[in-house]
Design a protein around this ligand. Structure first.
Ligand SMILES: C[S@@+](CC[C@H](N)C(=O)[O-])C[C@H]1O[C@@H](n2cnc3c(N)ncnc32)[C@H](O)[C@@H]1O
Length: 285
């Protein structure tokens, strides 16, 4: 056995393509630079499985050839790289307590507070395949926001592939299993074979999907009434999170709400929010 092959087997066991530690470091460097996502050594198996898909698809022999290809063709290949690196897991009414709080507290308050402007500005940052902004939109409809209000819900993600799914608004019927029958009836139409559901136009009407990297400059000036950024920053390091939450605070009205993911918190990251419990925060300064 050649020493190069032996090294691969020692490091990673028998795998379809060789991936050296140096390859992994290069992947982690590119992921950090382009997405802010931190890939620790414990992510090597996950990274192997995901990047191997691209190596196979491009008929390459190993990871280092893929990385050379990626760097030489960054404009074409970057979105595929981002798509395999990011975790897009999401679902309708995920962490349902957020939608209950939104309906009972936040929207009740905003209906009063914004009654003169009749305006609502909302951002779903890291919206993945669209289930989060659609769930927000359904909550707006359930809350009886008057139809003459000017409501805009910006939904952004880094990954163009998930945004395509989000814009199409067609999902497997299994994705709505477990939702209340009333919700399914009011806000989805069933496809002819019964296998798919499509989000109704009245739910889609408020939403504008846009590609946006949270690490880059943002074209929006705000202010937003509330922002959802859930299950996105878990992959970022603390300094990146600090900058990001500061930028969210800048774009929120005082009293505006920020919803974050179940394993995230602002402790030691931002003092511009008060904790309302259940990973819900309110801007205080
Ligand atoms: C696990 S999903 C969360 C989806 C949804 N917010 C939820 O909680 O169900 C994380 C999303 O963040 C996006 N993302 C990761 N890094 C990003 C970045 N730097 N800028 C914008 N979006 C990013 C990913 O593409 C992915 O769709």
């Amino acid at each position: 056995m050649s020493s190069a092959k032996m090294k691969v087997e020692m490091d990673f066991g028998e795998k379809e393509f060789p991936m050296s530690h140096e390859d992994f470091q290069r992947i982690a460097g590119l992921a950090g630079r382009y997405t802010g996502i931190v890939l620790g050594d414990h992510k090597q198996d996950m990274v192997y499985g995901r990047i191997a898909r691209r190596v196979r698809k491009l008929n390459l022999n190993d990871f280092s050839s893929y990385l050379d290809y990626l760097e030489a063709n960054i404009d074409e290949e970057l979105s595929n790289f981002i798509n395999v690196i990011t975790t897009n897991l999401t679902s309708f009414f995920r962490e349902n307590h957020h939608f209950e709080y939104l309906q009972k507290t936040v929207l009740t308050e905003l209906k009063r507070k914004n009654s003169a402007t009749k305006r609502l500005r909302i951002w779903s940052a890291g919206c993945s395949k669209g289930m989060e902004p659609y769930s927000i939109s359904m909550t707006l409809l359930k809350s009886g926001i008057p139809s003459d209000w000017d409501v805009k819900l910006l939904a952004t993600d880094l990954d163009p592939e998930v945004l395509e799914t989000a814009r199409e608004a067609v999902y497997s019927a299994t994705e709505v299993d477990g939702l209340e029958e009333r919700t399914i009836k009011n806000y989805f139409q069933r496809g002819s074979g019964g296998k798919d559901v499509k989000v109704k136009d009245k739910v889609r009407q408020f939403i504008h999907f846009k590609r946006l990297n949270l690490l880059e400059t943002w074209p929006m000036t705000g202010p937003f009434d509330f922002i959802f950024c859930r299950n996105v920053v878990i992959y970022f390091d603390k300094p990146t999170q600090k900058v990001l939450f500061d930028r969210y605070a800048d774009l929120l009205d005082v009293g505006g709400y920020l919803f974050i993911g179940h394993s995230e918190n602002l402790h030691g990251i931002s003092d511009r929010f008060e904790n309302m419990g259940n990973t819900i925060y309110r801007k205080i300064r």
